[in-house]
Design a protein around this ligand. Sequence first.
Ligand SMILES: Cc1cc2nc3c(=O)[nH]c(=O)nc-3n(C[C@H](O)[C@H](O)[C@H](O)COP(=O)(O)OP(=O)(O)OC[C@H]3O[C@@H](n4cnc5c(N)ncnc54)[C@H](O)[C@@H]3O)c2cc1C
Length: 459
Amino acid sequence: MTVLVLGGGVSGLSTAYYLTKQIPFSSISLWEASQRTGGWIKSQKNEKGIIFEQAARTLRPRSEAGANTLNLIEELQLSNDICPIYSNSAAAKNRLIFVKGKLHALPSSPISLFKKTSPFSKPLIASFLKEFSVPSKRIKDEPIYDFMKRRFGIEVADYLMSPLICGICAGNAKEISVYFLLGKLFEYEQTYGSITKGLIFNMLAKKTELPKSSLLSKMRQEKWSVYSFHSGLETLPKKIHKVIESKGVEMSLNTKCTKIEFNKKELIIHNQKNTVRKKHLFSTILSEQLAVLVRDEHPKLSTLLEKIQSVNVAIVNLHFRGTLIKDPGFGFLVPPQENLPILGVIYDSCCFEQKGDTVLTVMMGGHWFKKYFSNFTNDQQFYEIALNHVKRILNITESPLSYKVTILEKCIPQYTVGHRKTIEQIEDYVRKAELPLSLCGMSYNGVGVNDVILAAKNL
Ligand SMILES: Cc1cc2nc3c(=O)[nH]c(=O)nc-3n(C[C@H](O)[C@H](O)[C@H](O)COP(=O)(O)OP(=O)(O)OC[C@H]3O[C@@H](n4cnc5c(N)ncnc54)[C@H](O)[C@@H]3O)c2cc1C
């Protein structure tokens, strides 16, 4: 069997990794368009040895997908490189939103649900109790914002859900599919008639057995909230690259696929330099990028793949001398109704010690990239916007020692309402046309690192 994996992000690397385990005697090649693997996981050290994460930075250890990643990390012998954030630390407990000119801490414990905390007009427990009696609606999907407003009221939709969706996928909660991004909560309403009821039933129900690993036990014992690695998240894709290469995967960097032809049950795949024939293709690139490659022979499939569009995000990493954050935490998010050109700020140095200095990451754009930045022509403009907001909101007067601006083009797919139907139609097309093609990566069944690794394994 000769197979090609398209894309050298963590999806492509883990697809190749699981293939080497599953079909060890096959010939596996991986093509990556750029000069490095890792995709949107890129940890850069500045001249002072400070880590600037360019995109993804932390992983959640809980859930089935989280446990699967821990298993993989153990197999890769990376357990000792992990750097956890513990559940009782400020970085885990203190998550903030910026509303009406002020930072507000979001409730972080069961007890805090009983207290009235600004900007909410009543304790959150009141919204949960009221939710019991809100009539359920039998639907296939709806925007997350509408779902939360219908179930818990407008404050939860505005102050909890909207900023959360900015943090997860830089998206607009008024467009993103609840079925896809908050599937469990949606299922609770559809099954039990109430989310609160569903949460209670779920707490009482027997937990599904997660794959056993000593790292998983350690995580539970030590109560990790999220984690990364001592040298940044890129440790993970770097190690997978090394392992799959040692297992014989033929890695081709600077190799951009330009066209895919389906010849009976074989594939003819082109790059800038040559053409190869393969039995099967695992595509882990964005669906809209794949759409271009198959358009000539399969225009209908191409149109479906193009439906899943991604947004641009600008990242500004800032490094200041000394400890400047007065109220340590994970960082803050900005709800869209505040009409500010930033999505949020991550307090990197509160999460992971950075030589006693302050390191922050400002995220900008996403769904609103065009609205705020369509006339921006250089990095300096992004830097100034980011710095001005950080200085004003966090009362910082110092100037940074160093900074980095990165524009991530088409970096997060938007699972808008109807995403499920699009996925079904794509799968249906591939099956009926008997294409030797498998799809993986963040365009389809989850945008996080854990999601894409689990999807690769399941594939
Ligand atoms: C700003 C930001 C913050 C994030 N934060 C987190 C986080 O904290 N935690 C988390 O779990 N997830 C986070 N994510 C999501 C996470 O980065 C992704 O889930 C993950 O990196 C997706 O990996 P991938 O391999 O699917 O895609 P990519 O990383 O995009 O990799 C795809 C690769 O395919 C290559 N490619 C494209 N076209 C071709 C072609 N024609 N031929 C050959 N190669 C091609 C690209 O060069 C790229 O290297 C974040 C994402 C962003 C953008």
